[in-house]
Design a protein around this ligand. Sequence first.
Ligand SMILES: Nc1nc2c(ncn2[C@@H]2O[C@H](COP(=O)(O)OP(=O)(O)OP(=O)(O)O)[C@@H](O)[C@H]2O)c(=O)[nH]1
Ligand SMILES: [Mg+2]
Length: 479
Amino acid sequence: MGVSKRLKSWMGDVRVDDLRNRLTDLAEQSMDRHLRLAVTGLSQSGKTVFITALVHHLLHAHKSGSLPFFELAANGRVVGTRDLSAESSSPFPLRDAIEGLSQPSPHWPQSTRGLSEVRLAIRYRRAPGLRRVFGDSSTLFLDIIDYPGEWLLDLPMLEQSFEQWCESQRQLFMKEPRRTVAAGWLQKLQRIDWNSPRDDALLQELSREYSTLLQILRRDPHALSLLQPGRCVLPGDMEGSELLQLFPLVLPEPVSSEAPEGSLRWTLQQRYEQYRQQVIRPFYVRYFSRFDRQVVLVDCLKTLNRGEACFNDMKQALSAILQSFNYGRSGFLRRLFSPRIDRVLFASTKADHVTANQHHNLDRFLELIVQDAQRDMGFEGIDTRCMAIASVRATQAAQAHVDGQTLSCLRGLRKDTGEEVALFPGEIPTELPGSEDWTQDRFRFVDFAPHRLPSADLKSSHHIRLDQLLEYMTGDQFQ
Ligand SMILES: Nc1nc2c(ncn2[C@@H]2O[C@H](COP(=O)(O)OP(=O)(O)OP(=O)(O)O)[C@@H](O)[C@H]2O)c(=O)[nH]1
Ligand SMILES: [Mg+2]
């Protein structure tokens, strides 16, 4: 609420003897801060679990002691946190997710498909030195926005013509597994005369088949990430929209830009332009330009499990996504808005899938994956860090004695069978794997079912480093 609005609402019944107090309150509130923290990552990277756990711990931060490295909470300065998400037009499914995780037999939340947000008001006592000048307490309004990383994958399309986009897709579809999975669709495209007049039924059929293809490539066993257009993969509120009847013209030879007006090819060119102007651009103007800080979640373990093609594809997708933070290279973004994001945290999720002595390797491994983007962001003045985290810890440390040696192990319930297991999950490589390193079954990190996250009495053992992440992302805001 703006200061003038607050002032108006307080003009009603002002008694002289408390005028001074009210003015102090007003001065305090006018200094309330607002932080928009965006959270993204490719599908199943752990966004929903992360936001749920983070908010749950914050809502209990005034009494729980579960965030020892989040200084505000550790120093007992949190007065209370209120959930104001009902004010949002697309509220995050917080209650369902917390309920699911806090049941006697807890379960992970459902997959989510669009943009949603949590709005919190964190009331806190100021640091002692500031109290005399600014008053005792203040409020940080924290918006946490969850959006699919797949939408950021579209950014490069803003700087590509339709022909350039088709060419980049042609390069991708020449390689496995895309080549085999898409063989039938690619042959169909070849048989069509693209200079013939527009045929909406045909374009609709081909775009439907293309969307199905994207879904197949996205699922196991391929689990690819670099799939465009992002909204054809995750339409969000655009489900069924005509704007999504779009696909690249992938032919044996590069396509030329000259298309007879009214032809099939010309129609696709027009749709591509509409998609850029009416889908990609508005996302950056309406949402992205208003983010202050960004968390990018990456599930390194899943992609290691699935092998070379999946891992390399994820790396390529991530670097396309991270172009969105490279304002210098993307002249488009600078023309649209003045850059605001000043801090980006890359979090390697599900760190509870490996033993504690591997957490450092997991930090380092993610650093290797994003090192080029980190360097570019540093140049832009954006502060970055990599951190391995677990939002909801699903395993316990255990030890096994084999041939006189003590091995660090994990104990937990397998996500697929529910069976209790104790296992040695393996090590995180200290270098990016080269082609020779992808021996069969080298990486077999297991997915676990969640431990119950209690609805009160939260402990630091319920997560790994959520408090350090909070400190890094918000600590400087509580003055
Ligand atoms: N052990 C463990 N598993 C996790 C953790 N966070 C997420 N997972 C696993 O990852 C899966 C996906 O987590 P979500 O939070 O739903 O991921 P998402 O990025 O929101 O996924 P989409 O909404 O489908 O894009 C969960 O079902 C869990 O199996 C964690 O902290 N620890
Ligand atoms: Mg989700």
